[in-house]
Write a protein that binds this ligand. Structure first.
Ligand SMILES: [Zn+2]
Length: 189
């Protein structure tokens, strides 16, 4: 099957999916292949006016089956509807760490005891760490939610097998994306 036929099939499946229609309503759907993205497995969805533009990299179209592509696009559509507010993982942490030193210095020069300044500085750093951890949790939950929509649109078995094809990310607490394995378990396929 040519890649074009594959995405054509995905487009009509999206149009016929009652679940997808519930979310994207009256939008005209376009699905295109992004050329010149060697080996990049990725998919994007955005709304322009009353059109939903989905694009999938060439490598992704080659890697995934039609059902899996549908699941991947369902996942992306969920992100579109629930835009992430947490792409900048360490911004909060960096900001408060950078802020901590001048706060300590200011406290010192304004006559506040150095210990008080240090306590404020340390509190700021801890606030930054807590914030970064919370943001990671939120962004992982957004991934699970996106997987759930992908599973609802395409069927859980396709969302699961698409995830299984992704390079597995480490299940570290540092990861913004949960591991593929934990995502597959959540889908319960
Ligand atoms: Zn995602």
């Amino acid at each position: 099957m040519t890649l074009e036929r594959k995405v054509g099939g995905v487009k009509s499946a999206l149009e016929q999916s009652e679940v997808a229609q519930k979310y994207i309503g009256n939008l005209y759907i376009f699905v295109s292949i992004l050329p010149h993205t060697p080996n990049e497995i990725n998919a994007y969805a955005r709304v322009i006016g009353n059109e939903l533009h989905c694009s999938v990299t060439e490598a992704a179209v080659e890697l995934f089956t039609e059902g899996e592509l549908l699941a991947v696009l369902g996942h992306e559509i969920s992100h579109l509807l629930n835009p992430s507010h947490t792409p900048h993982l360490f911004r909060g942490l960096l900001f408060t760490t950078v802020l901590a030193a001048p706060v300590a210095a200011a406290a010192h020069f304004s006559g506040i005891h150095l210990v008080v300044g240090a306590v404020i500085a340390v509190a700021l750093i801890f606030y930054g760490i807590l914030r970064a951890l919370l943001e990671k949790k939120i962004s992982r939950n957004e991934e699970y939610r996106a997987d759930a929509l992908g599973a609802a649109v395409a069927g859980p078995q396709f969302m699961a097998s698409a995830l299984a094809k992704l390079p597995n990310e480490s299940a570290s607490w540092l990861a913004t994306h949960p591991s593929s394995l934990s995502r597959i378990e959540r889908i319960g396929a």
